[in-house]
Design a protein around this ligand. Structure first.
Ligand SMILES: [Zn+2]
Length: 139
């Protein structure tokens, strides 16, 4: 019963990793999760340039110009905050996730041969390297 459940779970995970993930993630998303925000930022910069241009041509009143400029600046601040929060979230978990795997290696007890010094992870009666008798409690 438990074995069957395990097999179903493993199959589901494998199917997810092999088939669902590559198709589900759009290529732009893997290149840069902030791409759509950077696009938005460029659009706002362009709007600001257009706004300044039209103001200089005298098409806008001072009041309209200030209001529109303030609105665009507020939107730009939101977009910049969005880019920073995505970049910050992406940078933080990576080093934390890498650490446990590196520590897992040398934690095992080592049983050393008193004759040649070879190390084994299980207690043995005779050394696997030089066949000398080994005590059970060597470390
Ligand atoms: Zn030995």
């Amino acid at each position: 019963m438990t074995l069957a459940v395990s097999i179903i779970l493993i199959s589901a995970v494998l199917a997810f990793v092999l088939f669902i993930r590559p198709g589900a993630i759009p290529p732009n998303e893997t290149l840069s999760p902030t791409a759509h925000l950077e696009e938005r930022r460029e659009a706002i910069h362009e709007n600001l340039r257009d706004l300044n241009f039209e103001y200089r041509l005298g098409k806008l009143s001072d009041d309209d110009y200030e209001k529109t400029k303030l609105g665009l600046h507020n939107e730009l601040a939101k977009v910049m905050a969005g880019i920073e929060s995505i970049a910050g979230k992406k940078a933080r978990p990576a080093p934390a996730a890498a650490q446990p795997e590196m520590k897992a290696g040398p934690a095992k007890p080592v049983y050393r041969c008193p004759a040649c010094g070879a190390g084994f992870d299980k207690p043995m009666k005779f050394c696997g390297e030089c066949a000398a008798p080994m005590g059970e409690a060597q470390s």
